[in-house]
Ligand binder design. Sequence first.
Ligand code: ZN
Length: 269
Amino acid sequence: MGRRRAFGRCASDRSGLDALAQAGSAQAGSVWPAGFRAAISLSFDDARPSQIRHGAPVLERLGVASTFFVLPSALAADRRAWAGMVERGHEIGNHTVHHPCSAGMGWSSSRSLQALSLGDMRRELLAASAQIRRLLGVDPWVFAYPCGQTFVGRGTETQSYVPVVAELFGVGRTFNDKWANSPARCDLAQVACISSDDVSFQALRPKLEETAEGGGWLVLGGHEVGENSDFETTAVGTLEAVVRWCREQAIWIDTVGAIGRRIASTSVE
Ligand SMILES: [Zn+2]
């Protein structure tokens, strides 16, 4: 596992501003495939059963391949269904084995990020990929930081585990951010993600418009998928409206890995 990929910047400093300006008007020089002015990925975390029950049917009806950052224990609970997701073109990403988050959140205290070292985290990531490979036969190229948090340790001993993610994966996705990614400038080891939980299409629309105008890459992240937007729930109607709007606006919709590879392949090291 762990195809080693250099992250670095997504494009050279030299061309950064030019690329941004050109991407905004979808002219030559944009990193996006011909005919597309911006990009969007839909992603879902934790392998929650509603993603299979409610998410997959709507995404597949819309013809959209999405990225699922799974916990191996949840995968094992319904391996056959998740194997079907892979067969139908969805991407499986790593999300650790034990989902360690900050001790400050209370529920994560026994395996909190504050209690872990960089070595512990490396073992978490390798173990999750090994379990995913064993269960589904795929080797994750993308990773989502549990709770969007990128550190281990406490206080003066705190360290970033972004470099470990950068070594092991092609993309590392954070969470609860407020912006789309600039393809010319973003760090693929810390790709920003806006939550699609508990928001209507109208609430997301300004971010979508900003992404389209700026030629950016918007990554949405959700948890449960259901009829109504609610706590940790992305509404089916929101997904439908986002996809419809993006198609009308010539925005490329694809997995985190597909778009990340596109950006990586156009980068100048
Ligand atoms: Zn999670």
